[in-house]
Design a protein around this ligand. Sequence first.
Ligand SMILES: Nc1ncnc2c1ncn2[C@@H]1O[C@H](COP(=O)(O)OP(=O)(O)OP(=O)(O)O)[C@@H](O)[C@H]1O
Ligand SMILES: [Mg+2]
Length: 385
Amino acid sequence: MSAVLFDAAANVMPVVGADARSAGASEASSTGKPAAVAAGSIRFQAVEKIYVSSVGPVKALTDITIDVPAGSIFGIIGRSGAGKSSMLRTINRLERPTSGQVLVDGADISTFNEDQLVALRRRVGMIFQHFNLLSAKTVFANVALPLVVAGVPKQEVKERVAEVLKLVGLGGKENTYPSRLSGGQKQRVGIARALVSRPEILLCDEATSALDPETTLSILSLLKDINRRLGLTIVLITHEMSVIREICDHVLVLEAGRIAETGRVWEVFGNPRHEATRSLLKPLDRGLPEDLAGRLDSQWSGKPATALVEFTYTGVGGLQPDLGRLFAVLGDGTNIIQSNLDRIQGHVSGRLIVATAARSDLHHLIANPDLAHAARIIGYDATDV
Ligand SMILES: Nc1ncnc2c1ncn2[C@@H]1O[C@H](COP(=O)(O)OP(=O)(O)OP(=O)(O)O)[C@@H](O)[C@H]1O
Ligand SMILES: [Mg+2]
């Protein structure tokens, strides 16, 4: 439907009306940067951010060096105060790094003059947790605002607003006021407003945090759809790990302003190395059922008992829980007690807990790299599991 306005070529060679956006693009070449830098790429180079506040300097970001690939959905997670919003806001220069550089399409945005900054803000759209809509203006006027400010001709404004509203599923709502919209619809207006300038990057700061789970899912699938159809780079902050799992390609974990770890989502979620990541992922992990946890012995008495064995999968090398192999090794009478497995980007990771007869060579049997990436005996139950 939006092939004309939103094709990949338009994203690579900005053709926005009035254009400042092309000024930003020519900036990239005039600074002698390689012309091949893809539209929508972001590079953080040794970025540091120190706020000067009444209580003294606050170090929000330290030594942030990372590439956000063009066209990817890039998630940033971290505890409250870790520096997520500070990092995001350096991409459209709402915040300036104290030192280091942020490069958008290869151009150091700290060198931008006012005109280039206006152009940058058109290339980098943003949506917020609380939508930030003007309540006295209709949906049409809210979405049209960035174009009106840019001096885009009326007819073109009309066409482009109609197009983005259709894209976000709000066709026909032009004359409605925000107060008459649901939270999900308000966020769709926010997304439409961000897209109307045909950005190449979309920043989302907790964009689904004010929404119920079902609406969150619909907004996420809209963002994914936009990413795929428009080739837009999306940088997304969220406290909801399921959001990262659903739509992100890469994830960056921030801890106290530093990069704790980063990588493809399946890699980081399948084998979290940093304590901050493990703590953030806890809500996705169900603990051992309470009735069992309460009666496990750490040592085997040597009498008939059931051993609980946990197999861990990290997604590496295509190794998956092969039940035939597990039962062949552990024998009949082995039961699955709990499974906390997930498939992310085609890689299976998580834990599988089985109950099997306790025996003296069990440690040896389960230490088998064909079964799982790691295995351990959680404990022994003398009663029947
Ligand atoms: N304008 C400011 N002036 C002074 N300190 C600030 C300012 N903005 C943020 N900070 C501080 O910088 C640190 C990082 O804040 P930031 O808002 O980036 O964190 P965050 O990860 O987005 O947190 P949250 O998840 O709570 O939104 C915090 O210690 C915060 O108090
Ligand atoms: Mg924040």
